[in-house]
Design a protein around this ligand. Structure first.
Ligand SMILES: NC(=O)c1ccc[n+]([C@@H]2O[C@H](COP(=O)([O-])OP(=O)(O)OC[C@H]3O[C@@H](n4cnc5c(N)ncnc54)[C@H](OP(=O)(O)O)[C@@H]3O)[C@@H](O)[C@H]2O)c1
Length: 299
């Protein structure tokens, strides 16, 4: 269920079958760890300032994981915001671990997932996690088919034990979503998607029909920030920044899209939150739609 309201962070959205309602513009905490999502940030006070500024500005949806840092991002969230405002929804994810060589390895056994829930609870200072996404490892460039039933079943058991309130998925295909929905209710899907990478267009529309939010990761291009002359031109015409236009485009793309742009900078945070006030005309949307076609054309 969503409603666009002027002056708010893109309007509000309620995760289906829950009492959790968030502003459509939230915050992704991955950038708060050190370089390579490893170790402490260069500026710990700055990281705390970003989180406090976000919440003060009305953000009530924070995306995180205990494998950012590892552990460090959650510990910073706790230090900055605990005791948490009642309306704050913290979404975390399971499915990976970070060994000392800083690589990303799957952590998908029942024991891994159970330990991951306890790591998140301890480091965030919570008795139960609002939403846990099962993050499938997939291939380098996105999801890969394969059963996720065992992992979703483990999360559903942890939900019955009261440690998890709701379950979501990340980096999954439509078939994996359907498989998971045959086991338990899925309240959100978080996949890679932005102006230039639109392979999930059909999935977004299907989720919209089901009232399930789609939460794009890498909304600004992630490790490779979006760059496009069309985007810059549009931003110039609107008196906005390219990143603001990229976020506003996502808000316009579908009412079930929730944003979690990541930043380690208060200035960028403010810029990103202001994207909710940008209205894009049909002509501008058409111009921006052309970016994906160009980005995905063979070179
Ligand atoms: N499920 C998954 O597998 C998965 C994977 C990746 C990420 N995520 C989640 O998704 C969130 C968003 O993804 P992301 O942080 O990787 O990528 P992103 O939001 O697409 O982009 C973040 C990058 O953009 C920069 N940036 C942010 N705002 C900016 C602005 N206004 N102007 C210029 N540069 C700006 C940031 O640098 P500064 O710090 O300098 O602003 C950072 O380098 C993450 O924080 C994380 O919570 C999930």
């Amino acid at each position: 269920m969503s409603e666009m309201t002027e002056g708010t962070l893109g309007g509000r959205f309620t995760f289906p079958g829950t009492s959790l309602t968030v502003q459509r513009i939230g915050y992704g905490a991955m950038q708060l760890a050190g370089p390579g999502v490893w170790g402490p940030p260069k500026d710990p006070d700055g990281a705390i300032a970003v989180l406090r500024e976000a919440v003060a500005a009305g953000v009530n949806h924070i995306d995180t994981s205990d494998f950012y840092g590892p552990h460090i991002t959650n510990q910073i969230i706790r230090q900055a915001l605990h005791p948490y405002p009642t309306e704050l929804v913290i979404v975390t994810k399971l499915g990976a671990r970070r060994p000392p060589d800083k690589s990303w390895q799957p952590a998908i056994s029942p024991q891994d997932l159970t330990e991951g829930v306890h790591d998140n609870l301890r480091n965030l200072g919570l008795d139960a996690l609002d939403i846990v996404n099962y993050r499938a490892m997939g291939a380098i460039h996105g999801p890969a088919e394969g059963s996720i039933a065992e992992q979703v079943t483990v999360l559903a058991d942890l939900q019955r034990k009261g440690l998890i309130r709701h379950i979501g998925l990340s980096n999954v295909t439509a078939a994996q979503l359907a498989e998971a929905q045959s086991i338990t209710d899925i309240v959100c899907v978080q996949n890679s998607y932005n102006l230039a990478q639109r392979h999930d267009d059909a999935l977004i529309d299907d989720l919209a029909r089901q009232g399930i939010p789609y939460v794009p990761f890498f909304p600004l291009g992630g490790f490779t920030p979006l760059q496009s002359s069309t985007l810059s031109d549009v931003a110039g015409r609107l008196g906005a920044t390219p990143m603001q236009v990229a976020l506003a485009w996502l808000l316009h793309r579908s009412p079930n899209i929730l944003l979690i742009p990541g930043t380690s900078s208060v200035a960028h945070l403010r810029e990103n939150l202001a994207a909710g006030q940008l209205t894009l005309s049909p002509q501008v949307l058409e111009d921006l739609d052309g970016i994906a076609a160009t980005a995905e054309a063979p070179h």
